[in-house]
Design a protein around this ligand. Structure first.
Ligand SMILES: [Zn+2]
Length: 117
């Protein structure tokens, strides 16, 4: 992959991630507004528990998307200083296949597997 292709992938991923952030933020706002309108009691109303669960899930989605956005922006900076595609843990080349699938990744397959353990 050359730098232009990589940048195109990152920009595409960034656009999708920003859309995901906007959607989940709007959904959370809607849930909060709906809960306020109907005066649901989060603690005791069974419907309130569902709302709380949905809100927690959305908050989780939102946090993941925001973290991913940070990774994408980090990858863009690395690209600008010609450090992109190098594993940030062991320093070896990450490999095109992995970068194409996960353009914002910071780690090679081996280091990523090691971190998950
Ligand atoms: Zn590595």
């Amino acid at each position: 992959m050359d730098e232009r292709e990589t940048m195109a992938l990152l920009v595409c991923d960034r656009t999708a991630t920003l859309a995901r952030i906007a959607t989940s933020s709007a959904d959370i706002a809607n849930i909060i507004a709906a809960a306020t309108d109907s005066n649901i009691d989060d603690e005791h109303d069974p419907e309130g528990a569902t709302v709380a669960f949905e809100r927690a899930q959305l908050a989780n989605t939102l946090a993941t998307a925001r973290a991913h956005l940070g990774d994408i922006e980090h990858a863009m900076e690395r690209l600008a200083i010609h450090e992109y595609g190098r594993c940030e843990s062991c320093g070896s080349a990450i490999g095109d296949e992995r970068l194409q699938a996960l353009p914002a990744t910071k780690l090679c397959v081996r280091c990523s597997a090691r971190q998950r353990k």
